[in-house]
Design a protein around this ligand. Structure first.
Ligand code: ADP
Length: 368
């Protein structure tokens, strides 16, 4: 196994240039109540910019986005810093966590019809198109600003789905059951996964449309719309520059991961049998492993005591291990409904969010 960067080693804030010791940024986003919920009781209220109350209990995070928060607000909270972190050379990820119907997909992609719109300023656009719009604009600025050093960026994207503990290439859905590999040179990667170069919003939109149309949604007797897969959109951003004065070249690489997790609700197995039952167990494996790791990492950050971290126990945690306590900046958007009918799942999401808050990642600029 590779030697992992030590997340327990604590450095004073900004002690070493290029190393960031920040924790996980946790944003809770509350979607507006739907028609049915409007008739029932609303039990979650935003209290301050970073706290909310539910049944008289107060929870504090980095930020709380109320029901009226726009897609642009979420971009400014999470997306814009992600782009700047990435350009500074840090690996940067956003995870959307929450029960089915809480607004994860809305947050990460936006409604499907908004993606189809050529008009990129559509209010409904989710984080991903906004992140790439900003990324390309900033790359352009940086290349002009550092033209004397011949600064050049190159971006390549991949899009995969983890479903039933199997990885499918969403850009080439004939490629199923892909394997995760790890080596010293490349770190953790998915063997044979399609990677496409992108240099404009048009390129990214095409990839997103293609990949999203290849996503599958499992139908159960409980919830036909339930999203039972995890999807991961990744962009590797590489930059090269040359200093005219000393003729030395430098090479920086960082990656962006945008992750739409499967619904976090306890799988109700009513009516599920055979494949569906197995699938429910496996989907739980990736999510429950994520929960486990968050608990372990939170404990390590709090006590400073090392212990084994079972990254390889699920596809999701193996693939995204770098984002979890490793070399990455991580933002977690935890999506909730304000309604009484979602109370127990909302509590469970808020507890997950609190534990995530306790993790310390250690992000390092990958520069040679
Ligand atoms: P999930 O991905 O968590 O299953 P969705 O993103 O599909 O949930 O959201 C469920 C429904 O609620 C969708 O119809 C979506 O458009 C709507 N919705 C979610 N969040 C918001 C929001 N912040 N504002 C308006 N509508 C929202």
């Amino acid at each position: 196994p590779l030697k992992r960067k030590l997340y327990t080693e604590t450095l004073p804030e900004n002690a070493v240039p290029g190393i960031s010791d920040s924790g996980v940024k946790v944003v809770v986003r509350m979607r507006p109540p739907n028609k049915e919920e409007e008739e029932g009781e609303i039990i979650v209220q935003k209290v301050t910019s970073d706290s909310l109350s539910i049944n008289g209990q107060t929870f504090t995070f980095d930020s709380v986005a109320n029901t009226d928060a726009t897609q642009l607000d979420i971009f400014q909270l999470v997306g814009a810093p992600l782009v700047e972190n990435c350009l500074a050379g840090f690996n940067s990820s956003v995870f959307a966590y929450g029960q089915t119907g809480s607004g994860k997909t809305y947050t990460i992609w936006g409604p499907a019809n908004a993606l189809l719109e050529e008009n990129l300023s559509s209010d409904q656009q989710g984080l991903t198109p906004r992140v790439f719009e900003r990324l390309f604009a900033r790359i352009n600025e940086e290349q002009i600003k550092h033209a004397d050093k011949q600064l050049k960026y190159q971006c390549r994207c991949s899009f995969l789905e983890i479903y039933n503990e199997q990885i499918t290439d969403l850009l080439d859905p004939n490629q199923r059951n892909l394997q995760i590999r790890e080596d010293v040179k490349s770190g953790v990667y998915v063997e044979n996964l399609t990677e496409e170069y992108v240099s404009s919003m048009k390129d990214v939109t095409q990839l997103l449309m293609k990949g999203l149309s290849n996503r599958r949604t499992g139908a159960t007797s409980i919830n036909a719309e339930s999203s039972r897969s995890h999807s991961v959109f990744t962009c590797v951003v590489e930059s090269r520059c040359k200093s005219v004065a000393d003729g030395i070249s430098s090479f920086k690489t960082s990656r962006i991961n945008l992750v739409d997790l499967a619904g976090s609700e306890r799988q109700k197995l009513t009516g599920a049998a055979g494949e569906r039952l197995k699938e429910a167990g496996n989907i739980n494996r990736s999510l429950s492993q994520l929960g486990n790791l968050i608990n372990i990492l939170a404990e390590i950050s709090q006590t400073g005591k090392q212990r084994h971290i079972p990254y390889r126990d699920s596809k999701l945690t193996f693939l995204l291990q770098e984002s979890l306590g490793g070399n990455a900046k991580l933002a977690m958007v935890c999506a909730i409904s304000p309604a009484q009918s979602c109370k127990s799942e909302t509590f469970s999401t808020l507890r997950f969010a609190q534990r995530a808050k306790a993790i310390k990642n250690k992000a390092v600029v990958n520069e040679v």
